[in-house]
Structures are given as structure tokens and as C-alpha cells.
Design a protein around this ligand. Structure first.
Ligand code: NDP
Ligand code: MG
Length: 387
């Protein structure tokens, strides 16, 4: 595959990961070609992207937004598909080699599922897919001989670190966390956090949902669960360390005590590109690490009392079954409630725990059951907000 042009479809091209993926494509000297793009609400941007990158297909995933939109700026030779069915149809076309799963939240599950069902390589940014349905998704990938390559920077770092030794010699992985904007806040300060403060991440520029997840450290909880399924690790083999500079993206410790880390400045273009070029490495348009200038790299244990999400992540990774889907949906609804001013910052994690504790646990759920519980957990959070 190294000399061939790789045809990619980007699900969620108007978001932060989607736009960084297009930057990688633009810098690839034609070795990456966009054949499909999808958007939900930002349809003006979708048409601009279609004009610049000339895909064969674009998908407007929300039919209501699509029917209210004036499509006169869409290039006439680009075919418009609609709704989740349009996404499923796009990802299964023979012209698509790699699907970049960059839709936010559980809405990303169906497109990722359809891509794996069609045997495509998936560059997975949408961690919520694995949090919700890790065993089912990994089983499908195995059955269809489809690869899942991580885009999440920590998982890309672990993926690279794992190549340094044999699987049976891996002792544990250590996911790094920036600690978010409130790393040094007291409990009282956390209780006063505003939406604007939560949306100002110190090291990463990301979409609003994952930015709030980083501030509560729920993002790290979701990443523990993501790593558990993606790398088939025991939950106790997954540790978290706070590293405020976001230069070391994660580490793998082997049985002999060697620790292998991956380092680069905080910029998603590198892990995105590696997922698109694997196993090759190309020049990348991301900033480079300058070890000639002074810098310090700090590491500290996470404070599990001020950031209880991390403990919840380990509990859910151990429980498996329906727990991930419930946690994920409760968190999405709680974050939406916080962004709309209905829930305070420090209520997000307790709301998730309460919904999780009240759900009917099932150790071996079907995909349909997980989707039902996703809907149920969102309603439970709404009830929690109203009481
Ligand atoms: P954004 O909010 O910036 O973008 C989300 C994308 O999903 C947009 O293209 C949006 O379309 C689309 N979308 C939103 N809702 C729906 C829906 N219901 N159906 C279909 N499409 C929808 O998110 P990010 O790019 O930050 O994150 C994307 C994913 O990548 C998340 O799962 C996140 O956890 C993960 N990730 C992100 C990182 C980052 O640095 N941003 C790092 C690691 C992982 P539109 O804009 O048109 O409404
Ligand atoms: Mg990450």
C-alpha cells in the first residue's frame, strides 16, 4: 500500500479532528485523496470543503438541517447523500480505503460500525464507540478483517510503544493527562467553574464536548475504557499520570522495567497522519519537538478525590457489559446540560455515577440493548437535572 494513493472518507469533517485531517491531506502531495465528507450542522463549511477537496460524495447527516439549507454553493459534480443511511452508504463504497471516524459522541457508532462491517480500515478518533460497545466493535473488526487504528493521541502513543516488545511482556500502559484547566483548583473553586472557563483548555484545541470532558477528567475515564478494549488489556494494567505539558503522549512499561514513551508537541495532525499512513511514516505538517530549547516535563499522580471521574473509568472498565454505554450516554447528556447552564460543573460526574448505579446491568448485551440504554441514560440525566 505504501506507494498507492489512499482514498479516505472523513466522518465529521467540519469538526476539530475533521479539519486537522484535511490539513494532513492538503500536505500529503496527493498521496491522500478525500472521496467523502460528512457534516451535521455546519453545511456552509461542508460546501467550502467540498469545493477545495473535490470529494465524490458529501453527506449531510441531519436531514432537517439539509432540507433547510440552500445547496447552491455545492459543486455540481459532488453527489449529496442524506442522513445516517447516507453515511452507511458512503463508508461501504469500494472507492473508500480508510474511514476517519471523527463524529463526536455515540452518534459516531453507526458510521464506524458500517465501515467495519464493510471491512474498511478505520482511523478511530470517536472513542465513544469503544466506550459504548468495545467488545462488540472489536469482534466485528476481527470477523471482517478490518483494522482499527487509533487517532486519540494517547492510544496512538501506546500503539507505537507496543511495537517495542512482545505483547506477553507488556506489564502496563500509562496514559498521560494534561489535568485540564482546573488541575490546581480546590473543591470550592471547582464548584464555581463557568462554561467559558471549562472551554479554555491549556494545551489542546478541541471540540466543546471533549474539552469539557478534559476539564472533568472524564476524557481520561473514557480513554481507560477505550484502551481496555482496543488493546485487550486488563483494567489494572492501565494507569494514569498527570503531565501538564502534553508532550509525552503515553507510555508502555515492559516486564523488564523498560518504559517506552512517544513524545511530540500537542497537535493532533501527527496521530491522525500516523493512522492514515501506517505502517509508513511521512513528513508531517505538525510542529516538531525542539529539545535544544529549555523545557521541563512534569509528572504527578491524579487527585482521585477532586477528579472522581478517573475512578469511575476504572470501575466501568472492570464491569464491562452495559456499563460503558450507560456512562457514555449519561456523560454526553450531563455535559450538554452543563453547556446549557442546567447543571453545575461539579455535578457532571455524580450525575453519571447515579445513572450508572440505577441501571439494569447486563454482562453480555446486544448492540440493540446498548442503544436502548443510551436513550434511557440520557432521559435519566434529564430527570436528575430536574430534581
Ligand atoms: P467537534 O465537536 O469539533 O466535531 C464533531 C463533528 O461531528 C462535526 O463534524 C459535527 O458536525 C459532527 N457531528 C456532531 N453531531 C453529529 C451527529 N449527531 N451526527 C453526525 N455528525 C455529527 O469534535 P472533535 O473533532 O473535537 O471530536 C471528534 C471525536 O474525536 C470525538 O469523539 C472526540 O472524543 C475525539 N477526539 C478528539 C480530539 C481533538 O483533539 N479534538 C482528540 C482525541 C479524540 P457539524 O460540525 O457539522 O455539526
Ligand atoms: Mg486523548
Amino acid at each position: 500500500m505504501s506507494d498507492c494513493v489512499r482514498n479516505i472518507a472523513i466522518l465529521g469533517s467540519t469538526g476539530s479532528i475533521g479539519q486537522s485531517t484535511l490539513d494532513v491531506v492538503a500536505a500529503s502531495n496527493g498521496r491522500l485523496r478525500v472521496v467523502g465528507l460528512t457534516a451535521n450542522s455546519r453545511l456552509v463549511k461542508l460546501c467550502e470543503q467540498a469545493t477545495e477537496f473535490q470529494p465524490k460524495w458529501i453527506v449531510a447527516s441531519n436531514s432537517d438541517h439539509a432540507s433547510a439549507f440552500d445547496w447552491s454553493s455545492k459543486p455540481s459534480d459532488v453527489e449529496l447523500l442524506l442522513g445516517p443511511e447516507g453515511i452507511a452508504s458512503l463508508v461501504s463504497r469500494p472507492e473508500v480505503d480508510i474511514v476517519v471516524a471523527a463524529i463526536v459522541g455515540s452518534a459516531g457508532l453507526t458510521g464506524t460500525w458500517a465501515a467495519l462491517e464493510a471491512g474498511k480500515t478505520v482511523a478511530l478518533a470517536n472513542k465513544e464507540t469503544l466506550v459504548m460497545a468495545g467488545p462488540q466493535v472489536m469482534r466485528l473488526a476481527r470477523e471482517r478483517n478490518a483494522k482499527i487504528l487509533p487517532v486519540d493521541s494517547e492510544h496512538s502513543a501506546v500503539f507505537q510503544g507496543l511495537e517495542a516488545g512482545a505483547r506477553q511482556d507488556v506489564k502496563r500502559i500509562i496514559l498521560t493527562a494534561s489535568g485540564g484547566p482546573f488541575r490546581q483548583h480546590t473543591r470550592n473553586q471547582l464548584a464555581q467553574v463557568t462554561v467559558d472557563e471549562a472551554l479554555a483548555h491549556p494545551t489542546w484545541e478541541m471540540g466543546p464536548k471533549i474539552t469539557v470532558d478534559s476539564a472533568t477528567m472524564m476524557n481520561k475515564a473514557l480513554e481507560i475504557i477505550e484502551a481496555r478494549w482496543l488493546f485487550d488489556l486488563e483494567p489494572d494494567q492501565i494507569d494514569v499520570v498527570v503531565h501538564p505539558q502534553s508532550i509525552v503522549h503515553s507510555l508502555v512499561e515492559f516486564r523488564d522495567g523498560s518504559v517506552v514513551a512517544q513524545l511530540s508537541p500537542p497537535d493532533m495532525k501527527l496521530p491522525i497522519q500516523y493512522a492514515l499512513t501506517y505502517p509508513d511514516r511521512w513528513d508531517c505538517p505538525s510542529p516538531k519537538l525542539d529539545l535544544a530549547s529549555a523545557m521541563s516535563l512534569d509528572f504527578e499522580p491524579p487527585d482521585l478525590d477532586r477528579f472522581p471521574a478517573i475512578g469511575l473509568g476504572h470501575e466501568v472498565a472492570r464491569a464491562g457489559g452495559t456499563a460503558g454505554a450507560v456512562l457514555n450516554a449519561a456523560n454526553e447528556a450531563a455535559v450538554a446540560g452543563f453547556l446549557e447552564g442546567q447543571l453545575s460543573f461539579i455535578e457532571i460526574v455524580p450525575a453519571c455515577r447515579s445513572v450508572l448505579e440505577n441501571h439494569q446491568f447486563d454482562a453480555n448485551p446486544t448492540l440493540e440493548r446498548l442503544i436502548e440504554l443510551d436513550t434511557w441514560a440520557r432521559q435519566e440525566v434529564t430527570r436528575w437535572v430536574c430534581t
